[in-house]
Design a protein around this ligand. Structure first.
Ligand code: F0G
Length: 351
């Protein structure tokens, strides 16, 4: 059979596992790399989308979580904990089920998308809504993991980064080499750290001839790395990246500087414009935070910062179904018709 086996089996020799490691997997990874025709035309480049919403729980977090939960199980953990803006918690909850572990989740009250809350609930995790933001949740999760028998599975857990680096391997495997530029949304900055690690490792082993420039984009109301200071009260409609003090801040700066890239910000308006373009022009429905990568690419192109002819990959990190409110908001209500072909044809503009 030719079923994709999940990132640990597919890239076993590049990951911290042994023959006896009990692999916890939902067959994550192996996600589509989709040529983006409209974005390619607009930028004069060859643009591809790495569609991470196609993972088992609908985001890239599954790559890191298979690795983190696998190692937690190997080390005998019975319970895991995470702070989350929604996707990490959905993923941790699902992989904890596979591992037979208890999963505790800390989310900022009122600031996570409904689909993500539904996932954590239906997978049976223990959720606390914290009267604070993501950064407060992460501090609380760290302190609980230090003082109680519960393993932390946020991206400060190095196994998370190990798992997430496999997305870079897949891109090089698909394209035959690394792209010129890789574009990502940046929140807690674990993913840009992971991609950069993956690209460096593949290049060092001769699997690619080069590494890409890493371009990261934060939401304007939550752009501590761009501003160079902690944002006390971060805000953005892209709740997944509503983070004021990223845990992997220094690693993100290293990825930026070592790769010759940059980290910039995009406004909520730019994010929503890219979000609608992705769905209506490319047929790829992502959550708002994911569209920050594409919004950033378009912003850079409009500012004349994108030389034509380059090969560019944008990671779109999460599935649009997680946060459908933004799809419905501002859209015209569908009209109701009787069971009548003539009326339906007329309303559809066919007649
Ligand atoms: N896109 C989505 C959909 C996310 O959920 C996240 C992070 C990011 C981008 C940013 O990635 O943090 O590695 O820079 N979500 C975390 C969570 C914070 O709790 O689900 P990052």
């Amino acid at each position: 059979t030719h079923q994709w086996r999940g990132i640990i089996e597919e890239y076993r020799h590049r990951l911290p596992v042994t023959d006896t490691t009990p692999v916890v997997t939902l067959r994550e990874g192996g996600t589509p790399l989709v040529p983006a025709q409209v974005l390619s035309e607009r930028t004069g480049c060859e643009v591809h989308l790495k569609v991470e919403g196609a993972n088992p729980t609908g985001s890239f977090k599954d790559r890191g979580m298979t690795m983190a939960i696998t190692r937690a199980k190997e080390e005998g953990a019975r319970a895991v904990i995470c702070a989350s803006t929604g996707n990490t918690s959905a993923s941790a909850a699902a992989y904890a089920v596979r591992a037979g572990m208890v999963c505790a989740v800390l989310v900022p009250q009122g600031k996570i998308a409904l689909g993500k809350m539904g996932q954590a609930l239906v997978y049976g995790s223990k959720i606390l809504q914290v009267d604070g933001n993501f950064d407060d949740c992460l501090n609380l999760a760290r302190s609980l993991s230090e003082n109680y028998p519960v393993a932390l599975v946020n991206s400060v857990n190095p196994y998370r980064i190990e798992g997430q680096k496999t997305a870079s391997f897949e891109i090089v495997d698909a394209l035959g080499d690394a792209p010129d530029i890789h574009v990502l949304p940046v929140g807690n900055a674990g993913n840009i750290t992971a991609y950069w690690k993956g690209y460096r490792e593949y290049a060092a082993d001769g699997m690619s001839s080069r590494t890409p420039r890493m371009w990261g984009f934060q939401a304007s109301g939550s752009a501590p790395i761009v501003r160079g200071e902690v944002v006390k009260d971060p805000s953005t409609i892209a709740t997944a990246i509503r983070i004021g003090n990223p845990a992997s801040w220094q690693q993100a700066l290293a990825a930026r500087d070592e790769s010759g890239g940059f980290i910039d910000e995009v406004t909520d308006r730019e994010i929503l414009r890219a979000y609608r373009l992705l769905a209506s022009q490319e047929g790829v429905f992502v959550e708002p935070a994911s569209a920050a990568s594409v919004a950033g690419l378009l912003k850079a192109a409009e500012a004349g910062k994108v030389d034509p002819g380059q090969r560019i990959v944008c990671t779109v990190t999460g599935n649009g179904l997680k946060d459908p409110d933004w799809a419905v908001a501002g859209a015209p209500q569908p009209v109701t018709v009787p069971v009548d072909a003539a009326t339906a044809a007329e309303r559809l503009g066919l007649a």
